[in-house]
Design a protein around this ligand. Structure first.
Ligand SMILES: Nc1ncnc2c1ncn2[C@@H]1O[C@H](COP(=O)(O)OP(=O)(O)OP(=O)(O)O)[C@@H](O)[C@H]1O
Ligand SMILES: [Mg+2]
Length: 151
């Protein structure tokens, strides 16, 4: 048996035993060429890959460049190795409506039927959680005006 194993090993080609990790699933968004944002992008990116950081808040006056920065971060997921499975972008905007935010997140992970959108907030939360709990995911919420109940 040992001889047979040695024969097989000598015939094997084991240069490569695993494929490299696939890139995160992310929808690349149109971006402008921001100036002097690189240090801030790096700062945010370091927080994202820090395993001890769960939530990051970017805040500032209107027009200061939050959406531009978030777009850069979103697109970076498509080119930089990061270990995440899925990146979700959802525009929240003024007039907080948890159902609408759920529809946007759900649409990114395959729940796009009208019948699904008509489910209750609790049902949608369970469906979304069922998909995301087994993934490493990033949710980017743009234009938040108040606290969002992530549970
Ligand atoms: N670093 C930058 N270099 C050049 N232009 C920039 C930069 N950051 C933002 N801008 C420009 O400034 C304008 C406002 O930026 P942006 O929409 O990102 O701001 P915001 O903080 O998201 O604003 P709001 O709070 O209104 O959503 C845009 O036209 C954008 O192109
Ligand atoms: Mg904005």
């Amino acid at each position: 048996m040992l001889q047979a194993i040695n024969d097989l090993i000598s015939k094997g080609v084991f240069d490569k035993v695993a494929e490299s990790q696939p890139a995160a699933s992310v929808v690349v968004r149109p971006e402008e060429r921001p100036i002097a944002q690189q240090p801030t992008i790096e700062k945010v990116w370091n927080c994202i890959v820090d395993k001890d950081v769960g939530i990051i808040g970017l805040y500032g006056l209107g027009g200061v460049g939050k959406t531009t920065l978030l777009t850069q971060i979103n697109n970076k997921f498509s080119t930089r190795p990061n270990g995440f499975d899925v990146v979700i972008w959802a525009l929240v905007s003024n007039g907080y409506d948890i159902g609408k935010i759920q529809n946007k997140i759900g649409g990114n992970i395959g729940f796009s039927a009208e019948s699904w959108k008509n489910k209750s907030v609790e049902e949608k939360a369970v469906d979304i959680y069922g998909v995301l709990r087994i993934k490493r995911f990033v949710v980017l919420l743009d234009d938040l005006w108040e606290r969002v109940d992530l549970n």
